[in-house]
Structure formats: C-alpha cells, structure tokens
Design a protein around this ligand. Sequence first.
Ligand code: SAM
Length: 247
Amino acid sequence: MASIYDLVYDRNDDIPFYLEYCKQYGAPVLELCAGTGRLTIPIAREGYDITGLDLSKNMLNVCRKKLAKERPEVRKHITLIKGDMREFSLNGKFRIVLIPFTSFLHNTTVEDQVSTIHCVWKHLSDNGLLILEIFNPGIGRPENIVWLDHVGEIGRGRTIMRMSTYQSDKENHVSNSTIIYDIVSRKGTINRKIVQFKLRPLSKNELVSLLEQNGFAVMALYGSISKKTFSQTDSKNIVCVARKTSS
Ligand SMILES: C[S@@+](CC[C@H](N)C(=O)[O-])C[C@H]1O[C@@H](n2cnc3c(N)ncnc32)[C@H](O)[C@@H]1O
C-alpha cells in the first residue's frame, strides 16, 4: 500500500481545516496514523512542530523520502516515530492530537478505542485538542459488490484504478474491506495490488460517549471537513473537535 498510497489518496481538502486549529492552538502537534505525511508535511511547512506516529515502517519510509526533498527549515519541524496509537509513550505534551482520514476506525475493538483515547489524553497538555475524522455509518454503503471508485493518471502514461468491495460483520461490529488497485502501463500491462483491512465503524453518539467518558468535552462536530452541519442521514463523515478536560 505504501508505494501507491499517495497516487490514490491525493486529497488535500482537509489541510486548511487542520491548519486553522494549529494557528489557534499552536504546536507541538501529534498526528497519529501519519502514514506518508500527506498532512504532516504541509503542517510542518507552515512552521508547526509536528510528530507523526504510524504503525507501518513502509508508510513512514515513504514519508522520509518525501521529507528528504523538503527544505531543512521544514524538516526540522518533523519527528517521525514508528508506534501503535493504542499504546505509545512519547516525551512531552502536545497542544493538538490529530487522527485524520478515518484512521481512528483501525481500532477494531472497544478496548482498542479506549486505549487510544487514553494515550491521546496522557499526551495532551491541559485544554489540548483531539481532532478526528471518521466516516458516518449512518450512510449505507453497498455491500458484496465491487465498485470502481477511482481512476487517475499517474505519470509515464500509466493509469491507476481503485476498486472496492465491502462486507459488514455485524456480529463483531466491524467492516471488512478489500481494495483492488490496478496499475495499467502505457503498453497495457496490469500490475494488481490487493489490500484488505478491517474497520470498526462508530456512530456520532458512540463517538461522543467514548470521548465524554474518557476525559474529553466535544467542542464542535461537523458533517464534513468543510464544517457542514452534521446530518445522520446525509453526512458522509463525522469530524469531531474535542477538548481535554479532567482525568
Ligand atoms: C488512511 S491512512 C491515513 C494516513 C494519513 N494520516 C493521511 O491522512 O493520509 C491510515 C494509516 O493508519 C496507520 N495505522 C493503522 N493502524 C494503526 C495503529 N494501530 N497505530 C498507528 N498507525 C496505524 C496505517 O499504517 C496507515 O498509515
């Protein structure tokens, strides 16, 4: 996944949203599940100290390669750490912790969700912010079919196609996703990669209770990264800004 992540997930619509909170609340910032630095690097470019933590060595290596091309002033703002959002211990406290782009849903049990929130709490300074974006399970998604959800040109005459299929495992409260990536060369040769993962969907009410029961107060909740009002039936995403309160 690491080698093709930036080719298929080239969104940048969320960067201004996170930067707005950096401007208001300041650094240092901790990004959990930082991946290839899609968001980490633009935040550092604006002069904020940011630590990116991710479980995947390969994703972090892609980020390091990208960082090597950045100016030293940008590089000095970034620290990358291989670690698990459910159990990590870093020096110092952070003003903001970000868990962008549905990454919190990689916590596939309630125990994992709570461990992650506890770790975030421990690493935030007083009144620090936790900001996360997940998808809204209130929006039904088609199951047991394969759909084409992305086609893009990726240079040297190549095209990438992303096809997805999804099944929900109601007994275990998880969804099983399979994503097929076909990279089609100029000559028509196809290089296929298949990625499978589980996510644990979380409703707005479940998210709010999880946060409120674990030392956070929800400050804002949106239905999109552009701050649309949340609607259970229409919003594709849940974007939540929570403030650290008590122990
Ligand atoms: C959808 S990507 C998001 C990457 C990046 N934040 C972005 O917005 O482009 C999810 C990332 O979560 C990481 N991840 C999954 N489970 C994790 C865990 N338990 N602890 C830390 N990182 C994890 C994966 O390695 C992957 O890089």
